[in-house]
Design a protein. Sequence first.
Length: 85
Amino acid sequence: MFEDRGYFYIGNRDKSTGGIEAIDGIWKFILKYGILTASHFEAHFSDDPYLGEGKDEFLQLPKISVEPWSGMKGAIAVKRPKMVG
């Protein structure tokens, strides 16, 4: 069995590009596959539209919970808990 691991992704923060929307090819596939097949995850989003990029997409995922995140004022944690069984 795999041990728990943490992975981090920060979108392209260059305002002259499309940010996360500009991800294509293998990296978009890897990110999407990782989220959809993960046994559990936690993603943090700021209430700032630029820093919270991708929040709307995460909020549409199945079997998630949303709660305040203590790491930043006004931020949320989007979680999919570890499934048992």
